[in-house]
Write a new protein. Structure first.
Length: 460
């Protein structure tokens, strides 16, 4: 790919547009988009300008939002080419692009659409945000059930050129209500005189136009379809949603969850497009909350300042204790949040998870506790550090504390997502920093309480 990119740059420098155009025509749209990604902005625009009209439409779909906006901005100087591009784009791709633009720009670009395309764009943008209606395209092929196979094939040849996909043909009645969907293979292999109604089994899966996009992704995951029909509440066929559009939604949802789990609000635009002020705003809220929460850690240590003054050695293991609890909590939260997202777990499964995490926490805590005690033993016996006469009791305090802190961390990390899910919040809000902060504070209380129990009458 780097060699082709270098070749493109050479052709651009030589202004050999004819050869460049032929080279572009010999490549797949996604390949051209990949090549453009490594070019300078001015060269990207030149490559796009010389691309054949039909190919340019496909290339545009594979560009990043930043590159798409750069292309639109450059083409604004050539209203004819910009108008052609906007009208040529598939309605679902155009809708997705308009959604990412400021309202004024979207409205200005919409005025460049033909009357027919503008009506489609307005209708798609009129559906609720994150609904299936925003994803669907009206470019599909539908036939009537009374058609013969020969009539159906003639209809497909006439109207199928502009269809998003021809893998599936949709059967409707005279009122355009969806009756069935049939794979094109079944029609091709059927007898020309056979009626389409004879091929129907009236078993199909359809999405409601107002359904949430996340629900649509789950349906696509459960059924092997390249496209699904979209209907209104009366069963009228309005459009279709294709697998590639659903995959874009999955990527957006995963990105949003990752951002939330990292302790930040989800970004409205990509990281590179988000301004510095907006980036700070999105991250400051959680940081302030976590900072205020961490202040409780200081309060917890202040409560046990007497114990720390008598046995300073206890302070040496504070980072070890709280980090182990926070790490175990973050691990558990990550596993449960992902399982909830994949519908492997539901809120009703909380008791099953709790039982499992109790045993997991005890076993993990036991492993860390043994390592902690062994570390104190080795340091004491080798003279690397002298923990004093009661080093065994200090070791036991650390080991037992690790067991209970890790147990508490795994329980907290696994249960908080269930609580959030139950109250209607996004489980991803149970971010790793949030869980870690919670376990830090409570972990200190557990540690010093156990140390007090073991060392009272000895060091305390």
């Amino acid at each position: 790919m780097d060699e082709i990119r270098t070749h493109f740059q050479t052709l651009i420098e030589a202004k050999n547009w004819k050869v460049l155009k032929e080279e572009i025509k010999s490549l797949e749209p996604v390949q051209v988009a990949d090549i453009m990604e490594g070019l300078e902005k001015s060269d990207q625009i030149l490559v796009f300008r010389v691309s054949p009209r039909e190919l340019a439409k496909e290339i545009f779909k594979h560009l990043s939002l930043i590159e798409q906006r750069d292309i639109i901005e450059a083409l604004a100087q050539n209203s004819k080419q910009l108008t052609e591009l906007l009208n040529d784009l598939d309605p679902d791709d155009r809708t997705a692009f308009f959604e990412e633009l400021p309202g004024q720009i979207s409205q200005a670009l919409m005025q460049m659409l033909s009357k027919e395309e503008r009506e489609i764009a307005i209708r798609l943008l009129g559906y609720p945000e994150d609904s299936v209606g925003r994803l669907m395209t009206p470019e599909y092929v539908a036939i009537k059930s009374h058609y013969t196979v020969e009539q159906a094939l003639a209809h497909i040849r006439k109207y199928g050129r502009d269809s998003e996909t021809l893998n599936v043909i949709y059967i409707v009645d005279d009122c355009w209500r969806l009756i069935d969907d049939i794979r094109i293979k079944e029609i091709i292999l059927a007898s020309p005189s056979q009626s389409i109604s004879e091929l129907c089994d009236n078993r199909f899966i359809a999405l409601n136009v107002y359904e949430d996009q996340e629900a649509a992704t789950k349906i696509f995951q459960d059924h092997d379809h390249v496209a699904l029909p979209v209907t209104d509440t009366d069963g009228t066929l309005l459009g279709i949603v294709t697998f590639d559009d659903v995959m874009d939604v999955v990527e957006e949802e995963d990105t949003e969850d990752f951002q939330k789990f990292g302790g930040a609000e989800d970004l409205d635009l990509s990281y590179t497009q988000t301004s510095l002020l907006e980036l700070v705003k999105k991250r400051a809220g959680w940081l302030v909350i976590l900072f205020l929460s961490e202040m409780l850690t200081a309060s917890a240590m202040a409560y046990f300042d007497g114990e720390i003054a008598k046995a300073v050695v206890l302070a040496l293991f504070v980072p070890l204790i709280i980090s182990s609890g926070g790490n175990s909590g973050s691990q558990a939260a990550s596993l449960i949040i992902r399982s909830l997202a994949l519908d492997e777990l539901r809120p009703a499964n909380w008791w099953y998870v709790m039982r499992k995490e109790i045993f997991s926490g005890l076993m993990l805590g036991g492993v860390l506790g043994l390592i902690g005690f062994f570390r104190i033993l080795v340091w004491q016996q080798t003279g690397l550090y002298d923990y004093g006469t009661y080093w065994v009791w200090i070791g036991l305090s650390v080991a037992v504390s690790l067991i209970f802190v890790v147990l508490w961390g795994t329980l907290s990390g696994s249960m908080i997502p269930f609580v959030l899910k139950r109250v209607g919040m996004d489980p991803a809000t149970a971010s790793a920093p949030f869980v870690a902060t919670l376990v830090d504070v409570t972990g200190l209380v557990i540690y010093f309480s156990i140390a007090t129990l073991f060392l009272t009458g000895r060091l305390l």
